[in-house]
Design a protein around this ligand. Structure first.
Ligand code: CUA
Length: 322
């Protein structure tokens, strides 16, 4: 499956399919500007060639000292292009206002950009790596970043908004067609920028969306104690641990989770720490406390972002990987 086309219907020659209510307007203006450009390019190029031929130097013809003045012609070629650019401005401005003012009753999802993963937080506290939404309802995204500037870009919805650390940005859309749509990061944010991908999942109905939301909220509760590590594995992939910690023993931005349980890890600045429940917990809520030798103190804290039960599940997962 191409990353540019995630659905059944294609969107024509060079644009992805139209997945949101603003997409047809954006495309109409894009096509209008393109065709206006083509029209004037052809007109000017043809007139240029005709004039070069018609007014070429020939024996017996005196060259005129300067072009003569033609009031009517000058007014025409000033007024018509000006009317066109004012129309383009108006269309763009109207579209911009529409795209930057979410409807009051919109469903709200919090978006966090981090190197290199998007996290979506729903009103009931569920956090997911993909953006799930009900169909046919306006959805407002409140975006921020915990490190550098990212940009949430959904080509099929024709919307893009920077996620900036220390402030909240908004974007909104309404998607009427159920299906999956690709999310990109459109602001170069470091080595794994191009893999900072996610999906918009537009559910078939409000009911199906709510069922998904309820299931996503209590998946840990459904696991037996022996299977809790599976929940940890899911959280590892979902919450962004994976971006820095491998599970096969290779060192990434942080140490691998593989084979560390029960072993002593040499620390930056000397000493060692035994990897047990308390060590893993501290590494999650207060990552700067003990840095493993050979790694940079770059991990953000997950205090308040992971519940106790979730931390326990991740501890079980690390234990499972010994
Ligand atoms: Cu995040 Cu590019």
């Amino acid at each position: 499956m191409s990353v540019f086309r995630s659905g059944i219907d294609s969107g024509g020659f060079w644009l992805p399919r139209q997945g949101s209510t603003v997409a047809p307007k954006v495309d109409a203006l894009f096509h209008a500007i393109t065709w206006i450009g083509i029209f004037f390019f052809v007109l000017i190029a043809v007139v240029l060639v005709v004039f070069v031929w018609k007014y070429r130097a020939r024996p017996g013809r005196e060259a005129e000292a300067t072009a003569t003045h033609n009031q009517a012609l000058e007014i025409t070629w000033t007024v018509i292009p000006m009317a066109i650019v004012i129309w383009i401005f108006w269309q763009g401005f109207e579209g911009y206002l529409d795209m930057s003012s979410p409807p009051q009753n919109a469903y709200e999802v919090q978006v966090l950009g981090q190197k290199w993963k998007w996290l979506f937080t729903y009103p009931n506290g569920v956090v997911d790596e993909n953006l799930h939404v009900p169909p046919g309802e306006p959805v407002r995204l409140i975006e921020t970043s915990q490190d550098v500037i990212h940009s949430l870009f959904i080509p099929e919805f024709r919307i893009k908004q920077d996620a900036v650390p220390g402030r909240y940005e908004k974007e909104w859309f309404r998607a009427d067609t159920p299906g999956e749509y690709q999310i990109f990061c459109a602001e170069y944010c470091g080595t794994q920028h191009s893999s900072m991908l996610a999906k918009v999942v537009v559910h078939a109905s409000r009911g199906e969306f709510e069922k998904w939301l309820a299931d996503a909220g209590n998946f840990l509760d459904k696991l037996s104690p022996e299977d809790l590590w599976k929940g940890g594995e899911r959280l590892y992939a979902q919450r962004g641990c994976k971006q820095c910690h491998s599970v096969d023993g290779t060192a990434g931005i942080g140490p691998s989770f593989k084979g560390i349980w029960g072993h002593r890890q040499p620390l930056r600045g000397g000493g060692a720490a035994l990897v047990d429940e308390n060590y893993v917990r501290e590494s999650i809520v207060n990552p700067q406390a003990q840095i493993v030798a050979g790694f940079e103190p770059v991990m953000p804290t997950f205090q308040g972002r992971l519940k106790d039960k979730e931390i326990t599940a991740i501890i079980e997962y690390v234990k499972h990987l010994q």
